[in-house]
Write a protein that binds this ligand. Structure first.
Ligand SMILES: Cc1cc2nc3c(=O)[nH]c(=O)nc-3n(C[C@H](O)[C@H](O)[C@H](O)COP(=O)(O)O)c2cc1C
Length: 213
């Protein structure tokens, strides 16, 4: 079935996209306003896009028509944010930080989470997350009612016991136990059901085709 986005309401386009572009990683974004009040919220319009520089992107919708959510407002104001990734153990705390609190509420405190200092930026990271990316604004791209925040990643923290070999930069990805966002409100997926499909050279592909003849 074809859904032509020029013919349907934006809220229906949203439903179609978030129900089908799955699973999505979740950026648990920590920011601070100019006065230092800490803010945290999850964003699943999120991914990593490049490696040199490392750039991540987050799609922030409006709080109300024409008004930025606290995350985007703080990033616009300070140019700094931390992206933490969400392990299953922290899924309920993550959900608590999505409550629409007033800007002066410290969501980390509210959700019983622990703030750890970042190395290169002011906003802290979340101790309960095994991965934290320290970011500064690369570009803010307006996209209709969304603001796409592109962040340059300055440093990454990975929980010590999830690093297999620091010299080789090998990470024990299954041990991170991260979750992803699925369709609609409130649905998530674990990352425990994995499958390995080795990449092929042209020669390997040709050999495979020949073997199947
Ligand atoms: C798992 C999850 C993913 C979310 N993803 C987004 C998103 O990609 N964009 C967005 O604007 N809001 C998203 N939200 C809603 C925000 O987290 C919510 O509006 C929050 O209150 C914003 O907080 P802030 O104003 O402190 O930034 C998501 C919520 C949850 C629970």
């Amino acid at each position: 079935m074809l859904f032509d986005f020029s013919q349907i309401a934006p809220q229906d386009a949203y439903k179609l996209v978030v129900s089908s572009v799955v699973p999505r990683p979740i950026a648990w974004v920590v920011t601070q306003d100019a006065a230092g009040v800490v803010n945290a919220a999850p964003y699943s319009f999120f991914n990593a896009f490049s490696d040199n520089p490392v750039v991540v992107g987050i799609g922030c919708g409006p709080k109300a028509p024409g008004a930025l959510k606290d995350t985007a407002a703080n990033i616009k104001e300070t140019g700094q944010f931390t992206v933490c990734l969400v392990p299953e153990q922290a899924i309920h705390a993550m959900n608590a930080t999505a409550v629409d609190f007033a800007p002066e509420v410290d969501e980390l405190k509210e959700a019983g989470l622990t703030a750890l200092p970042s190395a290169k930026i002011r906003p802290p990271r979340i101790a309960e997350s095994p991965v934290a990316l320290e970011c500064e604004t690369f570009q803010l791209v307006p996209a209709g009612r969304h603001t796409i925040v592109l962040g340059k990643v300055l440093a990454i923290h990975i929980k010590d016991d999830c690093v297999l070999d620091a010299a080789k930069c090998y990470v024990d990805t299954p041990k991170l136990n991260l979750v992803g966002r699925m369709h609609g409100r409130g649905w998530y997926t674990r990352t425990t059901d994995r499958l390995e499909v080795p990449r092929m050279t042209v020669a390997e592909w040709e050999a495979k085709k020949k073997a199947a003849e």
